[in-house]
Design a protein around this ligand. Sequence first.
Ligand code: FE2
Length: 450
Amino acid sequence: MTTVTALTPPSTPADICARFNATRRRTLILCDPLSVEDLMVQSCPEASPAKWHLAHTAWFFESFILREFLPGYRLFHPDFPWLFNSYYQTFSRFPEKRLRSSFSRPGLDDILHYRGYVDAAIELLFKRTLSEEVLRRIELGIAHEEQHQELLLTDMLNAFFINPLRPIYRPEEAHGESKPADAPESAETTGAEDAIDANTLEFESFEGGLREAGCGGKDFCFDNELPRHRRWLEPFSLARRLVTCEEYAAFIADGGYTRPNLWLSAGWDAVMAHGWNAPLYWTRKNNEVDGEWRIFTLRGEQSLADLASAPVSHVSYYEADAYARWAGKRLATEFEWEAVAEDRPVAGNLLDADHLTPTEVNREASAPESHGLVQLWGDCWEWTASAYLAYPGFQPLPGSLGEYNGKFMSGQMVLRGGSCATPASHIRSSYRNFFSPETRWQFSGIRLAS
Ligand SMILES: [Fe+2]
């Protein structure tokens, strides 16, 4: 048995049990708008079929909790431990990721039975007196499933964009109607709106100095947020809001994608190799040269005019960096971002707000405590200028769970703040998301810094 020593003490068993049940339910609710055929689509190398997400999240609880901690637990199926393993080399062999859409068997009914079987076993586990170690593992399983909820949505957005019919995941008019009564409370606040102008971009100055970064509280965090340590920050400023679609369209109109001097070398190579001329999901209507921009979202296709003040999303790190250079600014480091976010309550356009797409500033009622900045939480993950590296003294979790985060600390950049697809319970100021700099299928956007 391995011990999850890097995690901080957990909440009470009753809290964790309630969060487990709500999280498991929400994964199924997110699949409500999808057909059985939708659940099988894997439309880009980064994505997985929704049916696989359903199975793999159950696999995590079975593999890292039930098998070790529930006496007498019997596997649901002898092949599932390797079939639904994602990337844990020390746990078992696993199928190639690109083959996941070929898993027509086991069928959806079997996968749903698997989920129910695992849920029932976890319920049995909660009837026992659980050690801190078991509770920490269950919290990790909940956080893991929350990550897959976001992936499920971003994967379906890509699947529906690739589909020539451009299906709509949930039409705008259904907003709020399909929100389940037992869904977690919305983190979107109804406090007084800040006077943030979508037409002008203002900056907020910060003093810098010696600051601490990393998880310091008693709540759950991942091993990559530890240990808390000191960082020196020079004085800096952050834009009060995210870069909008309209502002990004000005970058495109100014030849942003045709001027190599704006781009990092690898970024320009990516522009050339992929033929990028706009964010992912932007297409021109009728005329490929100067037709009106249309932007595909989980709420369907919308015009640039409709989304002019909404944050630009689905840009790579390279595009964020090139835009910042064009604007005469830069991207923040992850430590600047964290120093600003640390004392601001988590509130904004997160999954719980149910918009399912980044929204313009005046639709987001920002908390009074977040004076100065909006869209810090939710809307889009913010690319930072920081490479995803271990903090000084980092210790990966022991055993196979050590592969969760640590082995990806090469060739990736950190993103902060969560998105409109991130559960509010999942995000915090020390949270580090990470993707390779070419990645565009996540809700990734831009906040300027100087
Ligand atoms: Fe996973």
